[in-house]
Design a protein around this ligand. Structure first.
Ligand code: ADP
Length: 453
């Protein structure tokens, strides 16, 4: 039942209700019809008996039955007995016994010979001691026909009623649920493509679902506005910070080249330089993020020696002062691809950055690249903290950081690295995936089409 759609549930519910109501109505009609028929049969038999009362006389101790006495008529019969119970007129229908006590004025219903019979007793007292007892009998010929006709009529009409209600309900509910289906489709499209500019098309409907769609649209509008503001804010701040940081870095460089500084001053300057480089790196990430978010004006590709790019990146990381693990590299030669160099450098850099950040202290990071079945496969493996299975889907979201990563010393990330890796891979028509075991390490795999030139 839980798997059924709301539409099916509603249709099922009211179809059952219609069937139940029809059944109840049928039972009620039959019961009322029978009561009505019984009353009319009682009336008829009573009338019939009363007419015969007039046709019996008692004179000089003898009963005189008039010629007009009718003992049978239209399924009725009238039996006349004297006070001792001797039958004076009329004939009892065969196979019926009338062992019921005689009570003046009583109506009685009984069943015999697969029929329902109705009985009426009437006693007449004559002045000079004579007593005559008339017993009228009628059987119910009509009610069985009426009931059968009712059942037939209902059985004939019912399928049409059910069909009409199911079809009508389908059309009505389909129409009513249309905005909801559109809302679901739009929500799916948004979550698949993250395009917040989409809206649910609404007509002039004023029902609850159209109301829901309207609320959904206004929520999307607010979300889109907030995202735009956030993007604008990040972009503005990044641009504002870029110049001062560049000045700090160049001034540090000049100062470090000076021969007159003391050892202590050198250490201070080097620390400032390291921190300024980190800020500069974050700014670069933010600016690239802004460009990716704007949908990349146009992806500018150039022929790149990808093998050399990856090797140089590994070499650069080996030279960084605070990189702890050893980087082992196994890169196939001469892999040339059409890439956006700046972006690919960032992608490889972000993967190496994470592998070093979340890898084991003093452990190693393995970088391998080669051709496989028409694809270029780049793998970056570390043997560090790993990623919990439930986190593995979410690490690609912007600004997402797994709880375990937040506690890592020196991990001052902002949660944009993998988001950018994902977007850059997508822009290049490639795929990025992760395989990870918590506590053992992770392997990030980039798969690009091998369009070597
Ligand atoms: P951050 O700036 O936090 O590193 P990223 O977008 O690069 O942001 O990564 C998102 C999250 O994915 C990280 O916070 C971390 O939890 C997880 N993660 C990324 N790379 C690794 C890795 N090599 N090992 C374990 N966890 C990782």
């Amino acid at each position: 039942m839980r798997r059924l759609t709301i539409r099916t549930k509603v249709i099922l519910w009211y179809t059952m209700l219609i069937l139940l109501l029809t059944g109840l109505l049928l039972v009620l009609t039959i019961a009322l019809g029978r009561t009505f028929l019984r009353n009319s049969l009682y009336e008829r038999v009573k009338e019939f008996v009363e007419e015969n009362v007039e046709r019996i006389q008692y004179e000089d101790g003898r009963y005189i039955i008039d010629e007009g006495y009718i003992d049978r008529e239209n399924g009725m019969c009238c039996l006349a007995y004297d006070g001792d119970g001797t039958l004076l007129a009329g004939k009892l229908p065969t196979n019926i016994s009338l062992d019921y006590d005689f009570v003046d004025g009583q109506f009685l219903e009984f069943y015999a010979r697969q029929r329902t019979y109705y009985l009426y007793d009437r006693q007449v007292m004559f002045g000079d001691g004579g007593v005559i007892r008339l017993r009228g009998l009628i059987y119910d010929r009509e009610s069985i026909h009426v009931i059968t006709a009712c059942i037939h009529a209902v059985l004939l009409i019912l399928p049409f009623v059910v069909l009409l209600s199911v079809l009508g309900g389908q059309i009505l509910l389909k129409h009513a649920f249309l905005p909801l289906e559109k809302a679901i489709r739009t929500a799916d499209e948004i979550s698949a493509g993250e395009d917040l500019s989409k809206r649910i098309p609404i007509g002039n409907e004023r029902d609850e679902i159209a109301g829901l769609a309207r609320t959904f649209n206004s929520m999307l509008e607010r979300l889109e506005r907030n995202f735009e503001q956030e993007k604008q804010y990040i972009s503005n701040v990044s641009h504002e910070l870029r110049t001062p940081v560049t000045v700090i870095l160049s001034q540090c460089e000049v100062a470090l080249e000076s021969k007159t500084i003391t050892e202590e001053e050198r250490q201070i300057l080097e620390r400032i330089d390291r921190q300024a480089r980190k800020i500069s790196e974050s700014i670069a990430q933010f600016l690239m993020f802004g460009r990716l978010e704007r949908g990349m004006e146009k992806l500018e590709l150039e022929p790149v020696d990808f093998s050399a790019l990856v090797r140089h990146m590994c070499q650069d990381y080996r030279l960084l002062p605070d990189v702890v693990p050893e980087i082992e590299e196994c890169v196939q030669d001469e892999i040339y691809l059409s890439l956006n160099r700046e972006m690919m450098t960032r992608l490889v850099g972000n993967l190496l950055d994470n592998a070093c950040k979340y890898g084991k202290d003093g452990g190693k990071v393995c970088v391998s690249m080669g051709r496989k079945e028409g694809f270029i496969i780049l793998m970056v493996t570390d043997f560090g903290i790993g990623i919990e299975p439930q986190e593995q889907e979410r690490i690609w979201d912007r600004f997402y950081q797994a709880p375990e990563a937040k506690g890592i010393a020196g991990s001052k990330g902002i949660g944009l690295g993998l988001y950018m890796v994902y977007e850059i891979a997508k822009l290049h028509g490639g795929e990025i995936s992760v395989e990870s075991t918590p506590g053992c390490g992770s392997t990030f795999t980039l798969k690009l089409k091998d369009d070597s030139f």
